[in-house]
Structure formats: structure tokens, C-alpha cells
Design a protein around this ligand. Sequence first.
Ligand SMILES: O=c1[nH]c(=O)c2[nH]c(=O)[nH]c2[nH]1
Length: 308
Amino acid sequence: MADEVEGFNFEQKHGKGRVRVGRIWRKEDGQHFFVEWNVSISLLSDCLPAYVRGDNSDIVATDTMKNTVYAKAKECSEVLSVEDFAIELGRHFTSLYQQVTTAVIKIVEKPWERVSVGGQPHQHGFKLGSEKHTAEVIVKKSGALRVTSGIEGLALLKTTQSGFEGFIRDKYTALPETRERMLATEVSASWRYVYESLSNIPVKPPYFTERYLDVKKVLVETFFGPPKEGVYSPSVQSTLYHMARAVLNRFPDIASIQLRMPNLHFLPVNLPSKDNPTIVKFDDDVFTPTDEPHGTIEASLSRSWSKM
Ligand SMILES: O=c1[nH]c(=O)c2[nH]c(=O)[nH]c2[nH]1
């Protein structure tokens, strides 16, 4: 929030970063549920005297914020999504403290997944998966709300049905045109829901978790295409756009989506030999995997009637 202080413009916020919490829920049938969250809290509050006069009487201690994460985790008697937990924290800070005008809560969930043993889901055994579910929630004292969910580290690769042709050629261009290459990326996506107030968010607890899984499915299926023939990608740009569009077309409760898709190159291996026959001649088979340097391709897509 911006204030005028002694003739200057002044903006401030304070919070606690990287509060780590694990929570078990035990069901009556013996099945356990487990989540591990990394929570960051940032509060916009009326506490100028702390900065200007050393008067802390309007300060919510960041230690209290940390304790609140554990207290609220204890209070939640049912399994809930990162979004729901973030909304609960935001609601708490903006309603309990007169000084707090806005709460920004970010959570990254560690991807613990139930293991299967002998083909059966284990009651209390979990292994670490790969991509992470994230949420960022902004709650205002008025009840105004913004919920943004995301995926980080969704690594995808296909061995064909990708090419790159027709790009600008000049004296620095060495890249050959191709209709046959590998395509590998690590998708980061974040999408904002249409809900703008605490009073109109869906209250059914699995809603945000289900949506997260639905969005991931649409992103993955659009990237790969049908199982047998796949779908041809003329560029990362085109594939990214189709993925973003598929999500907005499919889910009316999502207002906008941002995608970041590095192009993780697999370089053809050719090993000529001066005297003997060629050691390795590339035939779309042997590659040097690289992640540095990599292409960076990102875009966001929102409904044109959106206010943002
Ligand atoms: O899909 C691609 N998009 C690019 O912008 C690009 N640039 C490049 O060198 N290779 C690729 N591939």
C-alpha cells in the first residue's frame, strides 16, 4: 500500500516466508492422508508508526503469522486443497486484525503421492512425485479475492511429431529447418479463477484439487495429442498457445492462464572421422541432452471480456 510519509511516497508489507508444515488426516477405515506445504504470507497493513517512529503497536509479528499456519493446520479437520488453506489464512488475517487490509498467501505443495504395493493403494505409504501444485491467494478486508493456481516442473517429452521451419534466416543463422525432432520442456503454468469475492467461491472441498488435476490433464493431452498418431507441433510457441487455449475453452471458471515452456534441446550427435568411416552418423537416434542454454517461451491468454 502506498502512503505519503514526510514528503515521500512509501510502500510496505511484511510477512513470513517458507513456513513448512506437514499434516496427517486419519480416516476411520485406517487410511491416512498427508500433505506437506511451504507457506509464504505477506500482509499489507496500517503500521506506518513502526517504520517512522519505532512504535510497533500496530505490528502483527511474523512469528505470530508462522504460528497461525500451524494452528490453522491443526484446526482443519478434513483434507483440503492448498487453495482452500490459503483462503482460510487470508480470511483469518484480514478479519482478525483491524490493521491488515490485504493478505497475500502463497503455498507450494510437495508432491507426495500414495504408493501402491502389490497393486493396492497403501494406507499410509507415500513417495515423492514430480510436478508441484501451487496457489497464490489475495484476500482483501472487503472480501475481494483473487485465486491463482499453478503447476511447476511438469516435464514433458515427445520423440517425434515436432519440427521448426520457416523462421528468419540471416548471416548468424545456423539452425537447419526440420520436420523431425524431439520436443522436451518443463511446463510452468498458472491460472486465475473468475471468482472475485469470498462469498462466491465454490465451497465443495475437492473443487480446487479436481480442477488442478483437470487442467494438468488438458495441458498434457494437448501437448501430446492422441496416443497413436500424436499431433504435429510446428513450434513450442504453437503448442503452448494450443495448450492455453484448450484450458480456457474447457473451463469457464478460469479467467486467464500463463504458460512458461523452456525448449530443452536434444542436439543431434554426428561424429565424423578424418581417416576411418564416420563414427556416428545422426539418423534421428543419438542425441546430446542439454538444458543450458535453452529456449524460453512464455505467454499468457485471458478472456477478452476480462477486466485484467
Ligand atoms: O519451437 C521452437 N521455437 C523457437 O523459437 C526456436 N528457436 C530455435 O532455435 N528453435 C526453436 N524451436
